[in-house]
Design a binder for this molecule. Structure first.
Ligand code: DP6
Length: 352
């Protein structure tokens, strides 16, 4: 099955003598059921699902210039950034069987993020998704066909797993799951059956720690290889996804909250119990979590939290509760943020 799918992503297209320039914007995403653990080539140990965001994005301009001896130049936020080139080069090397035409072009890349540099918001998902979209636009230009979004997700995945989920929105699942028709470990697909309340779901990203995190996601994924709870965790993620799919259809927010918070804490529990063990939460992370839970109990407002692999807290809530939740953030939660900073984001439709 996968062999046939992989063949479909291959092409015989080659470079032409015309240059091609394209700009893409791709958003970040926040997982509700977490991808944590992977194996070669960048395949997930369990399926995941995420909200695609809209205001936290990467914008990337790529100038493909015909060349016999291709090279890559890269500017980040207006300045030459040679330290980013090896990552892009290894991505290009990894996708060369699927994009043979790339061997005929120099790549001049100019990229920037909408969120502050080193804010602790990971840019690998939005960055790799924007680059994959640029490559698929070049391919569409060469073939005369439309941009293939499934291939864009497939290529983005080879750059960073979670990037596969940043191509479309507002909900994207990635990884084979019995309850999702057409699901695959190779690329993400949009989940179209959600209750309308989830179309405009809000995500306030509270910046508890803005620096680079002490242990990268890549290292964290690798620590799942010999983790004593790995098999139980992968089974739990499959079950949580099955439950969450039902909840996404019905719009039952109590169950949504239960599953989403459990996933966030289970992700961090894997870090606590890895060898070596590590902690990415900060005291402020826990204070925010506790306050959200008491606020929910006191008011009945369906606000909850999730975490990515870092100290920042994503506060999730329906659009209709925006005013009261933003008041809570301004009056109480922002005190636990570095420089009081947070970013109000919401679900979006993916790359443009
Ligand atoms: C905790 O996609 O950043 O955010 O595939 O090594 O690039 P690589 O890892 P990455 O891992 C994301 C982990 C997560 C959960 C998630 O987004 O599902």
């Amino acid at each position: 099955m996968n062999d046939q799918l992989l063949e479909n992503f291959k092409t015989r297209l080659t470079a032409t003598e015309a240059s091609f320039k394209v700009m893409h914007r791709a958003p970040s995403n926040i997982a509700l059921v977490k991808y944590w653990g992977k194996y070669d080539p960048q395949l997930p140990a369990n399926p995941s699902i995420s909200f695609t965001l809209s205001r936290a994005f990467t914008e990337t301009l790529v100038f493909f210039e015909p060349s016999m001896s291709p090279k890559i130049n890269l500017k980040f936020e207006g300045k030459a950034k040679p330290s980013f080139i090896p990552k892009v080069q290894s991505f290009i090397d990894r996708i060369k069987d699927y994009c043979p035409y790339l061997s005929g072009y120099n790549l001049e890349i100019e990229t920037s993020n909408s969120f502050p540099h080193s804010s602790g918001i990971a840019s690998s998902a939005s960055g790799m998704a924007a680059l994959a979209m640029a490559i698929c636009s070049l391919e569409a230009n060469l073939s005369g066909d439309k941009v293939d979004l499934k291939k864009a997700s497939f290529l983005a995945r080879l750059g960073s797993g979670s990037a596969a989920r940043s191509i479309e929105g507002p909900l994207m699942s990635w990884g084979l799951h019995k309850d999702i028709l057409g699901s695959s470990d190779l690329f993400a697909t949009p989940f179209f059956e959600a209750h309308p309340i989830f179309n405009a779901y809000q995500d306030a990203i509270l910046l508890v720690h803005k620096g680079v995190k002490s242990v990268s996601s890549t290292v964290g994924h690798n620590l799942m290889n010999n983790h004593p709870f790995a098999e139980q965790r992968f089974a739990q993620a499959n079950e949580n996804l099955a439950r969450l799919l039902r909840v996404l259809r019905t719009g039952d927010l109590d169950d949504f909250i239960e599953i989403v918070e459990l996933e966030a804490l289970s992700l961090h529990a894997m870090m606590f119990s890895s060898t070596p063990s590590y902690i990415l939460m900060q005291p402020g992370t826990l204070s925010i979590i506790q306050r959200i839970r008491t606020f929910r109990k006191e008011t009945g407002i369906p606000v909850c939290f999730t975490l990515d692999a870092g100290a920042n807290v994503h506060v999730l809530y329906p659009l209709e509760n925006k005013e009261i939740v933003v008041d809570l953030i301004d009056n109480e939660l922002s005190a636990f943020c570095e420089d009081g900073q947070y970013l109000l984001d919401e679900c979006g439709l993916g790359a443009k």
